[in-house]
Write a protein that binds this ligand. Structure first.
Ligand code: SF4
Length: 238
């Protein structure tokens, strides 16, 4: 596991739990609006690689917080590209912590193995775009079916979960929000996140966020498809 950073405590990233966040290095997508190109682009990743946190150090830290933490959030980059993820989750679980995985959904095979092993308590999956529209936004493989496969796996087998979309003006339309809602119809939880300007992987695109009225409209649309919708102004593009 390549661990790039640890956020010692979060009350926001694991619903209802006190958790620590561990960030993994590298990603299999190239989302144009990504705010963390240093964790994604290979030449940037190489600069960080000498400074990764050894697993032993991370687990010593966890041991010291046993009395305080409920769980661990594993996020990226993209954690499912890490070798040793299953063993990493197993070890966290065996220490008595809950495990939440944040994923872009591009590796349904890995998700299935983790679910088979029973080491995930919560999955948060990004639904980057409406079906048929992924490619232009995230790059990588043209095989969009793998995202659909991950959605189906989560809907049918995850102990707890949420889907989430970062919406960007000029990228997502009202029709796209309907299509995303339709794809995850009946889901338990959805988190709608407005894009916030800042450093992005594609620098020369004039990225813009939506107004609060437009966001409220998207929220209302998604409530037709999903049990509980949350809107966050803050972008968590990962
Ligand atoms: S937004 Fe997330 S999934 Fe997309 S490139 Fe960045 S880290 Fe990877």
């Amino acid at each position: 596991m390549l661990l790039s950073a640890v956020q010692k405590t979060t009350l926001l990233d694991y619903p209802g739990k006190v958790a620590t966040i561990v960030f993994t290095l590298g990603c299999n997508l190239r989302c144009r609006y990504c705010h963390n190109p240093e964790f994604v682009l290979p030449h940037e990743v190489e600069k960080i690689r000498p400074y990764v946190i050894p697993e032993a150090v991370f687990f010593r830290f966890l041991e010291s917080r046993k009395w305080f933490l409920d769980g661990v959030v594993i996020c990226g980059g993209e954690p499912t590209i890490q070798s040793g993820l299953l063993e990493f989750c197993e070890r966290i679980h065996s220490m008595g912590f809950l495990v939440k995985l944040d994923t872009n959904g591009a590796r349904p095979d890995v998700l299935a193995r983790l679910l088979d092993a029973g080491v995930l308590d919560y999955i948060a999956m990004d639904v980057k775009h409406a079906p048929g529209k992924y490619q232009n936004l995230v790059g990588g493989s043209k095989d969009e079916l793998r995202y659909q496969e991950s959605i189906d796996l989560i809907l049918s087998r995850a102990p707890d979960y949420e889907f989430r979309t970062t919406v960007v003006r000029g990228i997502h339309s009202e029709a796209d929000i309907h299509a995303i809602g339709e794809r995850i119809r009946g889901a338990k939880r959805f988190s709608l996140q407005n894009f916030q300007s800042g450093k992005t992987l594609e620098e020369d695109f004039s990225w813009e966020s939506f107004s609060s009225e437009e966001l409220a409209n998207f929220h209302r649309i998604l409530e037709k498809y999903v049990w509980k919708v949350y809107t966050r102004g803050e972008n968590e593009a990962s």
